[in-house]
Design a protein around this ligand. Sequence first.
Ligand code: SF4
Ligand code: MG
Length: 324
Amino acid sequence: QEKLLEVRNLKKYFPVKGGVLQRTVGHVKAVDDISIDIYKGETLGIVGESGSGKSTLGRTILRLMDPTEGDVIFKGENIATVKQGKMRKYRQDMQMVFQDPYASLNPRMSVGEIIEEPMLVQKTMAKKDRKEKVVDLLKKVGLPAEAREKYPHEFSGGQRQRIGIARALSMNPEFVIGDEPVSALDVSVQSQVLNLMEDLQKEFNLTYLFIAHDLSVVKHISDRVGVMYLGRMAEIGPKKLIYDNPLHPYTKALLSSVPVPDVTRRREKIKLKGELPSPSNPPTGCSFHTRCPEAHDRCKVDRPELIHQGEGQYVACHLYSEKK
Ligand code: SF4
Ligand code: MG
């Protein structure tokens, strides 16, 4: 399978200031050494609690933030380090759909202006073509042409997310990151927006990184799923393996709280001890050891790396050794 993006040892550390002089006293390792491949045409779901670093991962990949360290290879270029001027060329290929459609649409712009705005940077496009494209995009996301004359507040949350998607697509991107694009929506509306995103993926050959805070949201849409905990990847692999044969104790705990319709396949709910530790002071060794039901002595001192368990499933946990 062809890779669209290669993320290598990506880190994003935020300084923590303290004391009267507000000196840097430590770092929040929001993204701490993440390496992932993203394949053309796939949907990679990324799941984690708030504070796991999943949004920062998305923003760092798109270079909305500069990474502290690491590489993001896209079309043969390391976009983690390329100069901002050169980044513009790639930025059109990579778009983001944000969690909060209320906050991400300018309330003083009409919907037509909102969708047209990114196209204005392509100075070659005639005004008439832009207007036609706006109407076409509205149709693609299931909104009438008249919507372009209206303002964001005249639409429901789900409709506003459709507008956000139309704007992202106006640049003909290849890669779209959805940062919890349905989390702010009612459950009934969530599936409509997810279905729309799947249809658009097929039609436009899109590759998705889809960020969510629980495993049920990404279950249908993902081809592969990665589970993050305190800035690191705990487990990643093909969807079927992650849901049917989770290996990491954290993945197992998250899955145990996903409702399943089939009673015979219901799992016993695993309750994790304590709260998510502070990302500015993560536990030593395996950062999950303070909450892990299977933690043992080694876990407190030794940090597990991701190791392959076969068929593209990788887990970072001392309970497993490498399968060749
Ligand atoms: Fe639990 Fe240890 Fe595995 Fe971490 S390495 S997930 S603490 S068993
Ligand atoms: Mg977030």
